[in-house]
Design a protein around this ligand. Sequence first.
Ligand SMILES: Cc1cc2nc3c(=O)[nH]c(=O)nc-3n(C[C@H](O)[C@H](O)[C@H](O)COP(=O)(O)OP(=O)(O)OC[C@H]3O[C@@H](n4cnc5c(N)ncnc54)[C@H](O)[C@@H]3O)c2cc1C
Ligand SMILES: NC(=O)c1ccc[n+]([C@@H]2O[C@H](COP(=O)([O-])OP(=O)(O)OC[C@H]3O[C@@H](n4cnc5c(N)ncnc54)[C@H](O)[C@@H]3O)[C@@H](O)[C@H]2O)c1
Length: 475
Amino acid sequence: MPDLDVAVIGAGAAGLSVTAIAAGLGLKVALFERGAMGGDCLNFGCVPSKALLAAARAAAEARRAHRFGLRLPEPEIDWDGVREHVAGAIATIAPNDSEERFRAMGATVVRATARFVARDTIEGGGRRFTFRRAVVAAGSAAVVPPIPGLAGLPFLTNESLFSLRERPGHLIILGGGPIGLEMAQAHARLGCRVTVLEAARIAGREEAECLPPLRAALEADGVALHEGARIVAAEPDAQGIAVLLEDGTRIAGTHLLLAVGRAPRLDGLGLEAAGIAHTSRGVTTDLALRSVSNRRVWAAGDIADPQGLGPRAFTHVCSQHAGIIARAMLFRLPAKLSYAALPRVTYTDPEIAQIGPTEAELRAAGREDLTILRWPLAENDRLVAEGRAEGLVKLVTDRKGRLLGASVVGPGAGDMAGMFALMIGRRLPLSALAGAVLPYPTAQEAGKRAASEFYTPKFLAPGTKRIVGLLNRLP
Ligand SMILES: Cc1cc2nc3c(=O)[nH]c(=O)nc-3n(C[C@H](O)[C@H](O)[C@H](O)COP(=O)(O)OP(=O)(O)OC[C@H]3O[C@@H](n4cnc5c(N)ncnc54)[C@H](O)[C@@H]3O)c2cc1C
Ligand SMILES: NC(=O)c1ccc[n+]([C@@H]2O[C@H](COP(=O)([O-])OP(=O)(O)OC[C@H]3O[C@@H](n4cnc5c(N)ncnc54)[C@H](O)[C@@H]3O)[C@@H](O)[C@H]2O)c1
């Protein structure tokens, strides 16, 4: 008889979700965590970054209050106060992810590094545990690019950024993806000089039509954006640190943040000992998130590399994975992961939300039968009233009006994501949204107006007018 029904490595969003389900169902579960309970999302990711962005937004709102006829003084940034707010947000949420809570659920929590020593055995905390099933949820860490000179310098990653005691004077950020852009705007609004060095295009995965308002906003906040930047070396500088670009430019700053992507935390897991196939992208699984080579083992969260789909680093994906694993591993029901309706939001101001694939991704996948619908946020009464009417809703549908993908840029764009995710996920026709009664005035109405655009040409067609004319003559 094995010691454990389920062994879970990693108490981040993915491991905690799987543990809660398995322990809740009365199984014998052990959760191994070598660092902070809650993993990246709580301690070094979503929560501190959104808390910092909220403080930054308050500063920006004070600066732009003049649009309402209010003249407020330039906000004074108390960095210790900002840090307290960030730490307070983490501390408030921490009990949900705590050892005590998971122990109370019936799980054994082992605060130690775990590694596989055989196909059905894990070692952790000085003990060996045999298991029926194991879930690898060890997450991902910031990539350190092979830039000459970088290795010996005191660069920052998401794991060190939020514990900085001093406010950076000039923060240089490598990478203009979600981490780079969110942190660039947050720090610029909180009074730091910020330079973003992006090798390609900022927000490279996002719909190109969403970029102009974001770029303009970042520049208005004072962020210096260098796109197409090739960094050839890094070196110490009297200010702190300097990077050299291929074109000869030298940029010196007080701090350097690496935000050039994530790499799965595979080292030290003993995957070879358990025969768990993996690549540099993560643990190779099928679409039920089960290891392709050790059928006792599943992978969840950032470390999972489901065949044909690839890794996705989002907290809501961790919950999605836990649901799939519960179905497949615990209930032995068929389960198949799909990202067709997956939402993602970059929480800059304006936000960029993408639900399902972009138009470019659909075209690259060979879809030609696409209808594109747009609605400018300049036409949205609520945003006009709030003095923030900038942005766009873009919907991509098939010929029959079934939503395939939605892109939104604008204030609070992420709040529309749920509506579109539901439509794509449940395969609802656009008429469901076009015919819905939404409260006035809300930004969501822009989504309804974009959906209605699918029917407008039909509604205004000469044939329709003729029929209405005839009907009108009936007694
Ligand atoms: C700055 C930043 C902002 C983000 N913002 C958002 C956001 O707004 N929305 C969103 O959806 N996503 C966001 N993300 C992504 C999100 O944080 C991750 O997708 C999510 O936290 C991944 O969870 P996980 O459980 O897979 O891994 P992790 O949270 O990394 O957890 C894995 C855990 O495993 C532990 N571990 C590793 N190896 C071992 C071992 N051998 N033994 C024991 N323990 C081990 C680690 O210590 C870690 O605690 C953000 C990420 C970052 C970095
Ligand atoms: N709001 C959110 O949901 C949120 C926020 C932050 C992070 N995340 C998750 O974390 C993941 C990682 O974020 P990220 O921003 O670190 O990675 P990313 O892979 O999304 O973006 C990295 C960027 O760095 C650029 N780059 C790569 N090498 C470079 C180099 N040497 N010099 C300059 N630029 C370089 C790339 O072109 C890319 O634009 C995201 O993809 C996302 O899944 C989500």
